[in-house]
Design a protein. Structure first.
Length: 141
């Protein structure tokens, strides 16, 4: 196996879009990178947040093109979603049908935080967007 050696350029940059942007955003969200970025020095923080916003916009655009929907892009770091937007949720059984697995597997995915959900009155409500994200990640992998 060879060792990676970065190119020798003084002004490196990378164009990232499509599934690569989506995967990077999911990784950054999982490790709560924005929290770490917020504690960085101001000059570093501003550029890092702009880069994160650009990645997130590219990921949302790619996902919307794949799913055939359109939505307005908002800054994921600087703006909170409006309070009147309802979170789409479904039962574990509905999630199992979409994922092509059993309800038990859905509960395992919830426990492993591969999909998002919450227990309400002893039953799981699964976040529909996280199921969509999981399906896309499976398709990309």
């Amino acid at each position: 196996m060879s060792v990676y050696r970065p190119p020798k350029f003084s002004a490196l940059g990378a164009h990232v879009s499509g599934p690569s942007a989506w995967v990077l955003v999911k990784i950054l969200e999982r490790v709560k990178a924005v929290d770490s970025i917020q504690r960085a020095p101001e000059d570093v923080r501003d550029e890092a947040l702009e880069t994160y916003d650009a990645l997130r916009a590219a990921a949302i655009y790619w996902q919307d093109q794949r799913m055939g929907s359109s939505r307005t892009l908002a800054s994921p770091v600087l703006a909170e979603p409006p309070a009147d937007i309802a979170i789409r949720s479904m039962s574990a059984a509905e999630a199992a049908l979409l994922l092509g697995c059993t309800e038990r597997r859905v509960r395992q995915l919830l426990a492993a935080e591969r999909i998002a959900g919450q227990r309400v009155a002893g039953r799981w409500l699964v976040d529909a967007d996280s199921v969509d994200d999981y399906l896309i990640a499976k398709a990309v992998a």
